[in-house]
Design a protein around this ligand. Structure first.
Ligand code: IPM
Ligand code: MG
Length: 354
């Protein structure tokens, strides 16, 4: 289990350090885990003038899986776009061919009051957003800022999806629905966009290979509304890159605790990059108050998807549940009556529980 570890920026290093403690404990228990560290994001820019240094991409390619903290920080906000931390993330996704991004949003019974929605709307919520991650308007060419003939400047991007891009992510969607509630909702904007019309056509075609799955289609504006109206109607949501970016943030907040949500970005062979859904939170970096559980749960996803060790994944997830049951909370999920602890103490508690 050769794992590239890319702590990144902001709270990245401190949360990844907790996940590393967990992996170290698993290694002592006999799992053949090997960790190797490299820079990404602002840390890559500081170390090598590039948010994705060549050495980092090389290490990631040679590894079985990648664990990433987060990227971004105020000090990089005014860099030209190619040097900005986010580019490191976009390039590693593209460079490793990580087209399938799984973003689960589930509500832990212990944290049901943390949601901004009424407990009855979210209690028991367990949805999986599958976001296509290497196509769409994020990567479409041409793009840029140009001057029109009348002298006015114009910004432009290109949205497109090829048939093979839609097909492969649709298969991942149907297969993950098979392992869950057997419902797939494909989200698009087919009433306006040709790209979406085509997306819907191909998803409908792929569906014929999965007669057990109940397929529905929904416009993205309606999906945004349904997510806050009746989120439990969803099982797997399949969508493109930009809609998935937006809906997954919305869905994460249903759980009230973005600090709890892991994610997996997979290629065609289940090689994956695993990272918390949240960002680098520069305002709280270095204060030992960040929640490391999303990163620790990302290790669980890694065990499940890349290494096919469901047993180890469940062991990590159970340990996290136990820690919550003990009443231990970082600040972001704290409520009266619980015991507030820091990032490192939370990592220690999970290792203890493991
Ligand atoms: C995400 C983030 C990234 C994205 C940014 C940081 C480039 O918002 O992972 O959702 O837009 O994909
Ligand atoms: Mg996002």
């Amino acid at each position: 289990m050769k794992i590239a570890v890319l702590p990144g920026d902001g709270i990245g290093p401190e949360i990844v350090a907790q996940a590393a403690k967990v992996m170290e404990a698993l290694r002592k228990d006999g799992l053949p885990i090997e960790l190797e560290y490299a820079h990404i994001g602002g840390a890559g820019y500081d170390a090598a003038g590039d948010p994705l240094p060549d050495a980092t991409l090389k290490l990631a390619k040679e590894s079985d899986a990648v664990l990433l903290g987060a990227v971004g920080g105020y000090q990089y906000d005014n860099l030209p776009r190619p040097q900005r931390p986010e580019q490191g993330l976009l390039r590693i996704r593209k460079g490793l061919g990580l087209f399938a991004n799984l973003r689960p949003a589930m509500v832990y019974p212990e944290l049901v009051n943390a949601s901004s929605l009424k407990p009855e709307l979210v209690s028991g919520l367990d949805i999986m957003i599958l976001r296509e991650l290497t196509g769409d308007i994020y990567f479409g060419q041409p793009r840029g800022i140009r001057t029109l003939e009348n002298g006015e400047r114009q910004g432009f991007d290109t949205m497109h999806y090829s048939e093979s891009e839609i097909r492969r992510v649709a298969h991942v969607g149907f297969q993950s629905a098979m392992k869950r509630g057997k419902k797939l909702c494909s989200v698009d904007k087919a009433n306006v966009l040709d790209t979406s019309m085509f997306w819907r056509e191909i998803v409908t075609e792929v569906a014929k290979e999965y007669p057990q799955i109940e397929l529905s289609h929904m416009y993205v504006d309606n999906a945004a509304m349904q997510l806050v109206r009746a989120p439990k109607q969803f099982d797997v949501i399949l969508t493109g890159n930009i809609f998935g970016d937006i809906l997954s943030d919305e869905a994460s907040m249903l759980t009230g605790s973005i600090g709890m949500l892991p994610s997996a970005s997979l290629d065609a062979n289940n090689k994956g990059l695993y990272e918390p859904c949240h960002g680098s939170a520069p305002d709280i970096a270095g204060k030992d108050i960040a929640n490391p559980l999303a990163t620790i749960l990302s290790v669980a996803m890694m065990m499940r998807y890349t290494f096919a060790r469901v047993d180890v994944a469940q062991r990590i997830e159970t340990s996290v549940r136990k820690v919550l049951q003990q009443g231990l909370r970082t600040g972001d999920i704290y409520e009266a009556g619980m015991q507030k602890i820091g990032c490192a103490a939370m990592g220690d508690a999970v290792v203890e529980s493991l």
